[in-house]
Design a protein around this ligand. Structure first.
Ligand code: SAM
Length: 382
């Protein structure tokens, strides 16, 4: 697999993070290359005056942030994995970190921005959130260029650029990617809240969802199945691993009222949604002992720190379908559980998590199943 990106006058070694032993995918794509080549061919750096910067949004693994290392720039992401990828790739390529800010999606967007480079995200609601934020910091001479695989650019995508930025056109396709150019001529920017709230009738909860949260528009059916099949027991330290908006951990807070629930996700918007949901729907006593951690799985968590781990595992990273993250989560759970502690997961029937869990834990029990999902339980043996 190619790790060397040779482009314009630079050679960059780029890795995906978390790094996997048999990685077959490279850490950049043709949309990154198209964006960089366009920038250089059109000498866009000449447009930057002294205190102006480049704003990079949704860089996948750091190709853009590394390439533009000579410029003052802010890079914005909702992903902790991306944030770490960017930091590691910057250091791997000896790029100075003096003039870069790496911010998460909920931080305030910088104001002194001349050029905005966007890798278009898959979720339209998240793109809308980003464009809403951008609409408050751009001026008539801001240059806005986005890039993505052709298959990710739809009429609805371009309509959002038109709405929040201005007149929008696309480039020809090159290596299955396209650029999107938006000229700032904002007319009427709609006042719209991208975060949405819906109810879970069974518990009378109101669930807040930031734009980039998994299953933002409704309760995920896998998550619901897990909530309805929590194990019996007197658990004291429960982890909702990959918590999204936090519904699984919240169901655990009802089932085990004495337990401390730790919500973990790699999305900043997920963790903020889970925090809001816990505080809105539970009394102070329970919400105050809950913990909310943006993290890669359980990396850095100690052995024996949990007696129950609940997980509705992710099955993709960025645009790629993979079971690597789930596999990592199961291994981490095995390490972190106390003796006799339990990992309970929900998964699509066809994913064959049963075998994986049996290999890691030496046991795996099918708790229940329906046409689509299985609930599996593995116990840490001493
Ligand atoms: N628990 C929620 C539910 O049931 O609705 C969300 C489940 S969703 C299938 C998986 C979640 O795992 C997503 O919120 C995703 O952001 C998160 N995730 C993906 N990779 C992760 C990682 N390496 N560490 C922590 N969380 C991760």
């Amino acid at each position: 697999m190619n790790e060397l990106l040779t482009i314009s006058d630079q050679n960059l070694i780029l890795h995906r993070h978390p790094r996997n032993k048999r990685e077959t995918l490279q850490a950049w794509d043709s949309a990154d290359e198209y964006l960089i080549n366009y920038f250089k061919e059109n000498k866009l750096e000449k447009q930057l005056s002294d205190n102006q910067q480049i704003l990079i949004i949704n860089d996948d693994f750091g190709a853009l942030t590394c390439f533009f290392h000579a410029f003052s720039r802010t890079t914005i992401t909702d992903s902790y994995l991306t944030l770490n990828s960017i930091k590691l790739n910057l250091s791997r390529n000896n790029c100075t970190t003096d003039n870069v800010h790496i911010n998460n999606s909920l931080e305030t967007f910088p104001k002194n921005v001349k050029i905005i480079l966007i890798k278009i995200p898959k979720k339209l609601a998240y793109l809308e959130f980003l464009l809403q934020q951008l609409s408050t910091i751009i001026s008539a001479d801001t240059i806005v260029i986005a890039a993505a695989k052709v298959t990710m650019i739809h009429n609805s995508t371009l309509a959002l650029f038109e709405q929040y930025i201005g007149t929008t056109k696309t480039s020809l396709a090159k290596k299955k990617s396209r650029l999107v150019f938006s000229v700032v001529d904002q007319k009427h920017i709609p006042e719209k809240k991208v975060a949405i709230t819906w109810a879970v009738e069974k518990y009378q909860w109101k669930i807040h969802n930031h734009a980039n949260v998994f299953s933002r528009a409704h309760l995920d059916i896998g998550g619901r199945y897990l909530m309805d099949n929590l194990p019996k027991g007197n658990f004291k330290k429960v982890i909702d691993l990959g918590c999204g908006n936090g519904v699984v951990g919240m169901a655990a807070a009802i089932t085990y009222p004495e337990a401390q629930i730790t919500f973990i996700d790699e999305s900043y918007m997920a963790i903020d949604s889970a925090r809001i949901n816990m505080f809105k729907n539970f009394d102070e006593q329970q919400s105050d002992i809950a913990r909310f951690v943006v993290n890669n799985s359980l990396v850095g968590f100690k052995a024996n720190c949990a007696d129950l781990i609940l997980c509705n595992p992710p099955f993709h990273q960025q645009q790629v379908i993979t079971d690597n993250i789930a596999w990592g989560m199961f291994n981490d759970a095995h390490f972190c559980l106390a003796d006799h502690g339990e990992l309970v997961i929900v998964g699509n029937r066809h994913l064959d998590y049963q075998n994986k869990l049996a290999r890691i834990f030496g046991n795996c029990q099918l708790v229940t199943e329906n046409k689509k999902f299985v609930i599996l339980r593995a116990i840490k043996k001493d």
